[in-house]
Design a protein around this ligand. Structure first.
Ligand code: SF4
Ligand code: SF4
Length: 354
């Protein structure tokens, strides 16, 4: 496991140019340099030089980050800021009472068993998997924690591909590890990583995900041929007919690398008009722990997002991450005639599949 001191050179690569300020959603709201990577690097440099101690105050600023990665994508030095913040967080949290308690709650005994129990009790509500031995394409489906808790999306995926010659393979994957990274629980992250890597030991063409955050986390440690649900639907040329005309818009999750599938896929949907919203890739402001620890800022970011959504006058705002759906609901709460936030899978399952 890497230590904060291993990132000394990366931290020193920061030229303090301040370009990250122009893309950081938290900086845009707070105007606080400690909210953005540059300010955090100044503090962490002080820690590495022994001038500062990793303290509750520094942890507060490490938590003041959505882990959206926008600064990394924009940084001329291409510094992987999230990795550095997660490592610093781990070094602080592992020695505190609260940190140890959160790590215990995230352990395989508590969080792991909680998901396992849900997997078992939802079995009767899940459509039976029909084996298609002559299928052209074998996809290994990474279901993710939300779909393990709730069988609806899982069933919808089977409905969407019912006429396709696809074999959907299921394995006993653990969580992708994103919530553990956010809390700095690097030990638990390593545990799920090792478990998930073992699940790849089977014959498959693509690793299918329907959550942008899961996919982006898995890509940190898996060398596989990834395909998102939208990309697979497009590849299979599945067409949809909605019973009445609807206007839709799309929120691009920060962790969704590629949304090239979206417009061609929506063109395959009869009765659907797509309206691209202004700044459609602006963060929704949720990001799990961030929404709890920095609730006021989280709400402000969500509310800014909601203003652009409302301008489209859409009936639905589609996205591909369950956490973003919560952020969209947070922003649209109390607004007049808001569109309904919905996952791509749940939205397409409302149509007749042709
Ligand atoms: S953009 Fe990169 S190099 Fe510039 S201040 Fe931000 S973190 Fe440092
Ligand atoms: S990851 Fe996102 S929220 Fe965190 S510092 Fe970078 S731009 Fe700001």
């Amino acid at each position: 496991m890497q230590k904060l001191s291993d990132f000394k050179d990366d931290i020193n690569k920061c030229s303090k140019c301040g370009l990250c300020q122009s893309v950081c959603p938290v900086y845009k709201i707070t105007g606080n340099d400690c909210a953005v990577s540059r300010g955090k690097f100044v503090m962490l440099d002080g820690v590495l030089k022994g001038d500062l101690k990793l303290s509750k105050n520094i942890e507060k600023y490490l938590d003041l980050c959505l882990k959206c990665g926008k600064c990394t994508n924009f940084c001329p030095s291409a510094i992987d800021v999230c990795k550095i913040f997660e490592t610093a967080k781990y070094e602080y949290a592992k020695n505190t009472f609260l940190g140890k308690f959160i790590f215990f709650l995230q352990s395989k005994y508590i969080f792991g068993n909680f998901i396992k129990i849900f997997k078992i009790i939802t079995i009767p509500f899940r459509k039976k998997h029909k084996s298609k031995p002559d299928s052209k394409l074998k996809v290994l489906y990474f279901k993710g924690c939300v779909n393990n808790l709730c069988p609806r999306t899982d069933n919808y995926i089977r409905k969407i591909f019912k006429n396709s010659n696809i074999e959907i393979i299921e394995k006993d994957f653990d969580c992708c590890g994103q919530p553990f990274l956010s809390s700095g629980n690097l030990e638990r992250f390593e545990e799920v990583k090792q478990h998930n890597l073992k699940m790849l030991d089977c014959d498959f063409d693509y690793l299918l995900t329907d959550c942008a955050s899961c996919e982006s986390t898995l890509k940190q440690y898996m060398d596989a041929n990834f395909i998102s649900l939208g990309e697979l639907i497009l590849k299979e040329n599945i067409k949809f007919k909605f019973p009445k005309p609807l206007k839709v818009t799309f929120h691009k999750p920060c962790h969704l690398e590629n949304d090239d599938f979206l417009e061609p896929l929506l063109k395959n949907c009869e009765n659907i008009e797509y309206i691209k919203m202004e700044n459609y890739d602006d963060c929704c402001g949720f990001a799990g722990e961030f929404a709890i620890k920095n609730n006021k800022i989280s709400r402000e970011i969500s509310s800014k997002k909601a203003e652009n959504i409302l301008k489209t006058e859409a009936d639905y705002v589609i996205t591909t991450c369950p956490a973003c759906i919560l952020g969209l609901y947070q922003g649209l709460a109390g607004k007049k005639n808001p569109p309904e936030p919905v996952s791509l899978t749940d939205f397409l399952a409302k149509a007749e599949i042709k």
